[in-house]
Design a protein around this ligand. Structure first.
Ligand SMILES: C[S@@+](CC[C@H](N)C(=O)[O-])C[C@H]1O[C@@H](n2cnc3c(N)ncnc32)[C@H](O)[C@@H]1O
Length: 340
């Protein structure tokens, strides 16, 4: 429940406090820049993200570039700007009148989402969750095809703030990386149908703070190899899907120990094993209907596409090209569950 409202604008609570009324919890969670922060270890989250949380959004491009030069490459400030540039370009670049380069073309995540949505038909109606929504275009795109709540969750506060700003103001404002620590400020309108049904929350995808069986569709684009526990992510999605719900995931299997400890990678190691190190084979085993290991995630794979193009633009002369594995899942039937 809402514990306090400190600031409101355009019918959004910009700052406030949520209070968990559960007798055993009774904890407080902040709302900042319109984003409820609902994470288990709030103190740690705030200290890890304090730069983004207290960061200003009113700086001119001139000052931002000066500060960027001072902080230098590899700094937290630069990493934040790079991530905003990577994902904002792909999510919203198609709406930017200054975006003239045809190759690479923005919108690769949206194209993956379209492929997934076609493969996942029929999609049951009901609330939708975009897990690892980043700067939010996928969440808006999902809302355009739904009349229900569409919630985007992520842990990156700077990206969520951009998404929440688009929701509130209908404007995208982001630093587009040119080269090195040289960025161009971009600003352009972005308005989406059914945006009233959209919200963005800071939550951990592997510990989703929602009751069981709450969502009809859970989408998670390119997140499985970004979390500390990929099995935890699958379990979390399985738990919040209603029995008729569907899960749509894509992943480039770009495993890195910085994000996921090697022991938790799904494939990408142990090429002498039955899966010969292939992530696809590990997923097939985990999500196979009636297979011994199927209950691990409580999800069954019902459709897939093996190579869907997705790219991340790094700077003017560099783009990372991926071919992601796209899978459609549904909660495992009662016969597939452990002990059934
Ligand atoms: C590779 S990006 C993909 C973003 C977006 N879904 C897309 O495809 O364009 C991975 C996203 O997952 C988010 N992420 C990583 N770990 C997370 C976690 N434990 N909970 C929520 N989001 C997480 C990152 O902040 C980032 O926005």
């Amino acid at each position: 429940m809402i514990g306090a409202v400190a600031r409101e604008a355009e019918q959004h609570i910009i700052e406030g406090v949520l209070h968990c009324s559960h007798a055993e919890c009774q904890r407080e969670f902040p709302i900042l820049d319109g984003i409820p922060v609902i994470v288990a270890d709030l103190r740690r989250y705030v200290s890890d993200n304090v730069l983004a949380m207290v960061g200003r959004r009113d700086m001119t491009e001139l000052t931002e570039s000066l500060l960027g030069d001072c902080c230098g490459p590899g700094s937290t400030f630069d990493q934040m700007r790079q991530q905003l540039s990577f994902y904002s370009w792909d999510h919203y670049g198609d709406l930017d009148p200054l975006e003239s380069v045809a190759d690479p073309r923005p919108g690769s995540m949206l194209r993956c989402l379209d492929v997934g949505r076609r493969l996942a038909q029929p999609i049951p109606s009901g609330p939708v969750l975009d897990v690892g929504c980043s700067v939010g275009r996928g969440t808006f795109a999902l809302a355009e095809q739904s009349s229900e709540l569409v919630l985007g969750i992520d842990l990156n506060f700077a990206m969520l703030r951009l998404a929440a700003e688009v929701l509130r103001t209908g404007t995208v404002r982001y630093p587009r990386r040119r080269v090195g620590v040289v960025y161009d400020g971009r600003q352009f309108p972005a308005r989406f149908a059914n945006a009233d049904n959209v919200d963005f929350w800071a939550c951990d995808a592997t510990a989703l703070p929602f009751p069981d069986k709450r969502f009809s569709l859970a989408v998670s684009m390119n997140v499985l190899d970004c979390v500390a526990s990929p099995i935890g992510l699958l379990n979390s999605i399985a738990r919040v899907l209603n029995p008729d719900g569907k899960g749509l995931l894509t992943c480039p299997y770009d495993w890195s120990p910085a994000a996921t400890p090697l022991e938790s990678w799904l494939g990408g190691h142990s090429q002498r094993s039955p899966s010969v190190g292939a992530s696809e084979a590990v997923l097939h085993a985990l999500l196979a209907p009636n297979a011994a290991s199927a209950p691990v995630a409580g999800l069954e794979l019902i459709a897939e596409q093996s190579h869907v193009p997705w790219h991340v633009r790094l700077h003017d002369r560099s783009t990372m090209n991926y071919l992601v594995h796209l899978i459609v899942t549904q909660p495992a039937g009662p016969d597939d569950r452990p002990g059934a």
